[in-house]
Design a protein. Structure first.
Length: 253
């Protein structure tokens, strides 16, 4: 993900959400204060990725109030800070094993918080980290590299655009070595999107009293990601799919 280190993330444009599985007006706060979302920003993320996730969370129908958390942020990632949040988001980053070395000290706090009712969102690397090889062990199953699977349409880790089916609708999205999710057939989960191989590309699942929402491609990507990677953004920007992931995760009904 080196090509995104210098990105300056702009606002994600609003896109019509017809055919998605959530209502366009959130009732999460009941008319009260905006719910808090913590977004990790630190050595287990790539510059630009936390900011893009924050933009998505602020513009989704639940209109989250976002604070960055991490070892060099004003808010530390801890049991106490998680207790104040509705959502914890783990954005994209580099390789899994180095990222896990930075994140494993927080694993117990994140696990306990989700299982007690919190909502975990994982984008790309954050999706890998939802698994257990290594990771937080929140996913009902495991993760794998899409690019390493038989018949994958993308077989290298370059930034690219990939075709998926989101709620059965074909779309093309920004992608860079994202995970697929190997789900335990005994565990309940909602598959929002699949790769062209049929493997899950976006999943929402319960975890104790909480929920997790994970995605391999990047619905949070804006035009600057495409420009930096010299890719065509036309028709490939999909913040509405990020909204679907978020709202489906946080609304447990």
């Amino acid at each position: 993900m080196i090509s995104r280190r210098r990105l300056m993330i702009g606002g994600a444009g609003a896109v019509a959400a017809g055919g998605l599985g959530w209502l366009g007006v959130s009732t999460l706060t009941g008319g009260g204060r905006q719910p808090l979302a913590l977004v990790y920003r630190g050595p287990a993320s790539t510059s630009g990725c936390p900011e893009a996730v924050a933009t998505l969370l602020r513009s989704t129908p639940s209109r989250f109030r976002v604070e960055f958390c991490g070892p060099h942020e004003n808010v530390r990632l801890s049991r106490e800070s998680l207790a104040k949040a509705v959502v914890y988001a783990q954005p994209g980053g580099g390789e899994l094993k180095p990222a896990w070395r930075h994140m494993r000290e927080y694993a117990t706090d994140i696990q306990d918080w989700v299982r007690a009712g919190g909502n975990y969102l994982g984008f790309c690397l954050g999706g890998y980290l939802a698994g257990a090889g290594p990771g937080f062990g929140l996913l009902p199953g495991g993760t794998d590299q899409y690019i390493s699977t038989p018949d994958a349409s993308v077989t290298d880790d370059d930034d690219t655009v990939i075709g998926v089916r989101w709620r059965q609708n074909p779309v093309r999205m920004y992608f860079q070595d994202g995970p697929l999710f190997r789900l335990d057939p005994r565990g309940p989960a909602t598959v929002l999107a699949t790769y062209d191989t049929g493997q899950p590309a976006a999943v929402v699942a319960p975890c104790g009293s909480g929920r997790i929402g994970v995605v391999g491609p990047h619905p949070e990507a804006d035009t600057t990601w495409f420009t930096t990677a010299r890719l065509d953004a036309s028709g490939n920007l999909h913040p509405e799919l990020g909204y679907d992931l978020i709202e489906t995760t946080v609304h447990k009904g």
